[in-house]
Design a protein around this ligand. Structure first.
Ligand SMILES: [Zn+2]
Length: 402
């Protein structure tokens, strides 16, 4: 009897650990997930970003870890340059609120986290993930959401919907149109929160009524939808990424579809095309908001106006400064950077009737000394909308009745 008891206890004990109830387990089989686990020994996990389909190194990663209750776990990465200024971002026990772990938490490409006995699952990422689920949660809670229409730009190779959101002008027959795109580079997640602020303010801000009345907006939130959902880097995608795919023969379905749709939709009324990006992970030029100067002088002139308006209107924690404007021919912004193919902004600059086509680079974690959050990114999105309205008033296009 006693022998049986002991045997039973041993069986329960071994099966408990063997089935992994309390074994550390790292996964990425969820939307946006990205990790390669090299090995797990004791309470240390060795990992690296999954660079599939990517030319060279990049820094996007996002994983789930379980079997952590009451443990202090060390996460050891194999490379430099995988963390932004405030260390990893994290969410414990399926809390939707992402936080930065904090400055100086990363040592020798590793960080350590002590989980409480109540903690069962945690997510860590290079920044705050933003996938299709975030978009639909946002749209579901959006005030005045009936003002926008969601349809399909095209289906992705993975048979996902590439959403096209139209916000028609309140007045009939608008003479101005604006196009906004994001996630040509799948990993550039933080712009999702900026876009939320843009849409929220456009639909609800009292001072933006003139914009609502007179301008039709089309927004494509995920140009590389499969990349976003599959957790791919997207940047420097092989053979070329979505933002180098605006030559005559596009290799990606969404860029081909956008190139086909826009000229017909525009009717020469598309005046402003904006493409949201995040820069490299940290350091000089990557911790300030900036516009990427065009080689087209007329476009560049309008970019300078817009860049100054962004400075004037960014009144929240997140500020942009015109002195960070990246003129064509400086830093990485040279002809050789576009040897693989034309970018969205390059293509849009040539559209009939366009006044301003530009990339905005929005850093992941640190913007001119301020820590990036979901809320202050959303407030910066509102500043972009105010700048769009000001731009139309300042430029020669005065179709808006004020
Ligand atoms: Zn980008």
């Amino acid at each position: 009897m006693r022998y049986n008891h002991i045997l039973l206890s041993v069986l329960i004990f071994t099966s408990f650990f063997a089935t992994g109830q309390n074994q550390i387990k790292v996964t990425s089989d969820f939307p946006g997930g990205n990790i390669v686990v090299s090995r797990i020994e004791g309470d240390t996990v060795w990992l690296e970003p999954n660079l599939s389909f990517t030319q060279g190194k990049w820094f996007y990663w996002y994983f789930k870890v379980s079997g952590i209750s009451g443990k202090t776990v060390r996460f050891q990465f194999n490379e430099n340059n995988l963390f932004a200024k405030y260390g990893p971002a994290y969410s414990i026990n399926n809390d939707e609120t992402w936080k930065w772990y904090g400055e100086n938490r990363v040592e020798n490409n590793s960080f350590t986290y002590t989980f409480s006995p109540q903690d069962t699952v945690a997510y860590f990422s290079v920044a705050f993930p933003y996938t299709e689920k975030n978009l639909y949660t946002f749209l579901g809670n959006l005030r005045n959401k009936e003002a926008l229409m969601i349809d399909t730009l095209c289906f992705s190779p993975g048979n996902r919907t590439v959403e096209k959101i139209t916000i028609p002008a309140l007045k009939p027959d608008p003479q101005l149109k604006v196009l906004i795109t994001a996630r040509h580079h799948a990993c550039e997640m933080m712009v999702g929160y900026v876009l939320e602020g843009m849409i929220t303010s456009l639909l609800n801000d009292k001072n933006l009524e003139t914009l609502r009345e007179n301008i039709e907006f089309v927004i494509v939130p995920f140009m590389d939808k499969d990349g976003v959902e599959n957790g791919e880097q997207g940047k420097n995608r092989i053979p070329r990424d979505h933002n180098r795919d605006y030559d005559e023969n596009s290799v990606h379905l969404s860029t081909a579809a956008l190139k086909k749709f826009v000229p017909t939709w525009s009717e020469k009324k598309l005046k402003l095309a904006l493409d949201l990006h995040c820069p490299w992970i940290k350091g000089e030029n990557n911790e300030d908001i900036y516009l990427v100067g065009s080689s087209n002088k007329q476009i560049e002139k309008n970019q300078v106006i817009f860049s100054q308006l962004l400075e004037k209107n960014s009144l929240g924690e997140i500020k942009s400064f015109h002195h960070n404007f990246l003129s064509f021919g400086t830093s990485w912004n040279t002809g050789s950077n576009y040897s693989q193919g034309i970018s969205f902004a390059g293509w849009a600059s040539e559209l009939d009737g366009i006044s301003l086509a530009t990339t905005i680079e929005y850093p992941y974690a640190n913007i001119s000394g301020s820590m990036v959050t979901k809320d202050n990114s959303s407030i910066y999105g509102k500043a972009i909308m105010y700048s769009i309205m000001d731009f139309f008033f300042l430029s020669d296009l005065k179709p808006m009745n004020h």
